[in-house]
Design a protein around this ligand. Structure first.
Ligand code: UDP
Length: 195
């Protein structure tokens, strides 16, 4: 699929719906994808940090999270069709999970937000398969058991809310060893969901 590079970051040239379709197909083909919904803050973090930039360049799908990135694409004469924001993508992927019976796991945010978000998602997407939730304030020991749990559950979807850049780094480090199809950093989305 076509990409547009802005300040070194390769964005997928696709609408929200096309992005969901591409990701759905990848899940159905049992491929593994790290999704980064990159806002201007994430692009700037990449400019300041080479290893984070490498991560962005290697992520399977980077979407323009916010109008700032879409405007920048117009200025360089390679317009991206629209913003594809993390919160909305989370909901669209959950809607697909509801349709296809995919399993999802949440990692991150405060204990209250994480539990609250899990309840909301169970309510809104009852046919999606809930695979567990873990707040984002874990020790190294706890992290091991979280990873062990994910290995047992084999969810299609893993949403990680540890803030940027930590969530993207955490996903890049662990995803290759996890039986998970799609992992995405969701920033403050679990806070919003539980709110
Ligand atoms: N967070 C976490 N563990 C940490 C640091 C942050 O779980 O060690 C969570 C925090 O509770 C919040 C999310 O990560 O739910 C970060 O949200 P923020 O809005 O800061 O991220 P952004 O959307 O700016 O990436």
């Amino acid at each position: 699929h076509k990409r547009v590079t802005i300040l070194g970051v390769p964005f997928l040239h696709a609408t929200h719906k096309e992005t969901v379709d591409i990701l759905t197909r990848r899940i159905q083909d049992n491929k593994q994808t790290q999704v980064v919904t990159a806002n201007p803050e994430i692009v700037m973090l990449g400019r300041q940090n080479d290893s984070y930039m490498n991560l962005l360049r290697q992520a399977g799908v980077v979407t323009p999270d916010g109008i700032g990135v879409v405007l920048a694409s117009r200025w360089i004469g390679e317009p991206l069709p629209e913003r594809v924001a993390g919160y909305e993508l989370l909901h669209s992927l959950m809607a697909q999970a509801d349709t296809y019976g995919w399993k999802y796991v949440l990692v991150g945010a405060s204990p209250e937000s994480c539990a609250g978000a899990a309840e909301k998602l169970k309510e809104q997407y009852p046919r999606a398969c809930y695979g567990g939730h873990f707040d984002g304030y874990f020790t190294e020991e706890e992290e091991k058991s979280i990873l062990e749990h994910i290995r047992r559950e084999r969810p299609q979807l893993l949403f990680v809310a540890l803030g940027a850049p930590r969530q993207e780094e955490w996903i890049a480090r662990h995803l290759p060893e996890l039986p998970v199809n799609l992992a995405m950093g969701v920033g403050g989305s679990l806070d919003v969901l539980s709110g």
